[in-house]
Design a protein around this ligand. Structure first.
Ligand code: KIV
Length: 300
């Protein structure tokens, strides 16, 4: 795909856009091999890989370190960097300086959350030659408690403001939009009013594509998958699910085999062979299937 313009071309061809997050080198390799259109080095890393309560806690240094690792794992796939909370809201200069650090790493665009005062930030970024992906509906960086992670746009006023935000972000120069956790009928109105590609998460089937967090896609979290993860993906991810039972089985096998390890045999130790086999199986089987499902699945 040729730069971000490839997303608009896909939209015009009515082909589904698949965006998946990655937070490190191996996850970037897996999703690129699976053929996703866009990799988002998302600030969901805060909760999925860094163990913070919310995305508000992650620093720009942490995001840059993870984004660099993702960059090293990608050769051709579009990469979007995610501006973390507190690094762009206050003024245009701050937004441009923060975004430049992601572009210098090799991001094709950056994503930021919200509209209102953020419209000026988008204009400043676009004027500085930086492509911007907007984010409307539920904005996780504005959520302070678990209750704040509820769907948006369920009453008339909030639905209208989501539609207006989407229109305003397009007018401010966004190249694409993420729409998160809004009712399908609100997404349908957004789709009628904006021309740029819209990528949904928990926003129904009307969008041009879907985005999913890598750990939700592969079932790598101990917690139950979010409600918007389709049943077909949940069923597939039980194959790779990180369950305490599976992990302790692997650790027992490792304990039994590792005593033979001497590092000298041509195929490596039994433990190393086990590790290589399971890495190859994950890369070869699980992810491409999941990503195919992602582009053809029925969305809530
Ligand atoms: O950081 C992230 O993973 C995101 C997606 C949910 C769109 O912003």
């Amino acid at each position: 795909m040729k730069g971000l313009s490839g997303l608009a071309e896909k939209k015009h061809r009515h082909e589904r856009i698949v965006m998946v997050t990655a937070y490190d080198y191996p996850s970037a390799r897996v999703v690129e091999r699976a053929g996703v259109d866009v990799v988002l080095a998302g600030d969901s890393a805060a909760t999925t890989v860094l163990g913070y309560e919310t995305t508000r806690a992650v620093s720009i240094e942490e995001m840059l370190m993870l984004t660099r690792a993702v960059r090293r794992g990608l050769t051709t796939t579009l990469m979007v960097g995610d501006l973390p909370f507190g690094t762009y809201e206050d003024n245009d200069d701050l937004a441009v300086a923060s975004a430049r650090q992601f572009i210098d790493i090799g991001c094709d665009a950056i994503k930021l959350e919200g509209a209102g005062p953020m419209l000026k930030r988008v204009e400043a970024l676009v004027a500085a030659g930086i492509a911007v992906m907007g984010h409307v509906g539920l904005a996780p960086q504005h959520a302070r408690t678990p209750e704040d992670f509820r769907a948006r746009g369920r009453d008339a006023a909030s639905a209208v403001s989501i539609v207006n935000d989407a229109i305003a972000l397009e007018q401010a120069g966004c190249t694409a939009l993420v729409i998160e956790a809004v009712p399908s009928n609100v997404t349908e109105v957004v789709m009628q009013r904006v021309a740029i590609p819209v990528i949904g998460i928990g926003a129904g089937p009307a969008t041009d594509g879907q985005v999913l967090v890598y750990h939700d896609l592969l079932g790598l979290l101990e917690t139950r998958p979010a409600k918007f993860v389709p049943a077909s993906i949940r069923a597939l991810s039980t194959r790779t699910r990180c369950s305490p039972r599976r992990s302790s089985r692997s650790i027992r096998v490792f304990e039994r085999t590792s005593r033979y390890a001497d590092g000298g045999s041509s195929g490596g130790s039994p433990a190393l062979r086990l590790k290589k086999r399971s890495a190859a199986a994950t890369a070869k089987n699980a992810s491409p299937i999941h990503v195919k499902r992602l582009s053809s699945t029925r969305w809530p």
